[in-house]
Design a protein around this ligand. Structure first.
Ligand SMILES: C[S@@+](CC[C@H](N)C(=O)[O-])C[C@H]1O[C@@H](n2cnc3c(N)ncnc32)[C@H](O)[C@@H]1O
Length: 207
């Protein structure tokens, strides 16, 4: 993202922001970037409340756009919030794709690919069939735990399918790194990275 800002991108869109605090820590404040946090209306309302309780004011570069990726038109909602469709943007979409249906994923990619010089970073999960017996066991335990807190992972992809989907949307320069590579590049800096996340991949692609 920092490299994209250095190259001149001034719009950052955090899709499914959750409790992401990047906008509060914004290291690019002096470059007048605008940060759009897009999230499910219920999550966003909860975050607003948590920030208010903690007496943390929304910084002037942060714009919140409530969107349900399954029902709403993300472009319409972003434009209503002031997003400039004719200017490039960097999208982060971390921790969200596994919860979405293929339809919502396709529509969100359609929109991102309609923005000139857009870039995206997101993660996805591989199907467990490719895992070793030991990792499949960890994966089953993790899925059981998630079920207990009513979190379900809906969509999983083979790396080749993700690459094909991105290429069909006009994305290129696709970099896809798997669990081992994430751990060796970022190691302890990735909070909560446990063996049960073995099927996770992180992708960066440019349009
Ligand atoms: C696991 S959190 C990830 C939060 C943050 N991006 C991170 O990496 O820490 C999943 C996020 O996806 C959002 N999300 C899930 N389904 C959604 C939907 N249908 N529409 C909009 N947001 C959704 C949730 O509101 C939540 O903020």
């Amino acid at each position: 993202m920092s490299r994209a800002v250095e190259r001149g991108i001034r719009q950052i869109v955090i899709l499914g922001a959750g409790l992401d605090t990047f906008a509060l820590r914004n290291p690019h404040g002096a470059r007048q970037i605008r940060i759009y946090e897009v999230d499910h209306p219920a999550t966003q309302a909860w975050k607003r409340q948590r920030l208010a309780e903690a007496q943390i004011a929304l910084p002037p570069w942060l714009i919140l756009a409530p969107v349900d990726f399954e029902r709403d038109d993300v472009g319409e909602k972003l434009v209503a919030a002031g997003f400039q469709q004719n200017s490039p943007a960097f999208f982060t979409w971390l921790g969200v794709v596994p919860y979405l249906t293929q339809d919502a994923i396709g529509r969100t990619l359609d929109y991102m690919s309609s923005i000139r010089s857009s870039e995206v970073v997101f993660d996805y999960m591989e199907p467990p069939e490719a895992f070793s017996k030991e990792l499949r066991q960890l994966e089953t335990e993790r899925t059981e735990q998630l079920k207990k807190i009513d979190e379900r992972s809906v969509s999983r992809f083979e790396p080749a399918a993700i690459a094909a989907m991105l290429r069909s949307h006009g994305f290129c320069a696709i970099e896809d790194i798997d669990f081992q590579e994430i751990a060796s590049r970022f190691g302890r800096a990735v909070q909560g990275l446990a063996p049960g996340h073995a099927g996770v991949h992180v992708v960066h692609a440019k349009h």
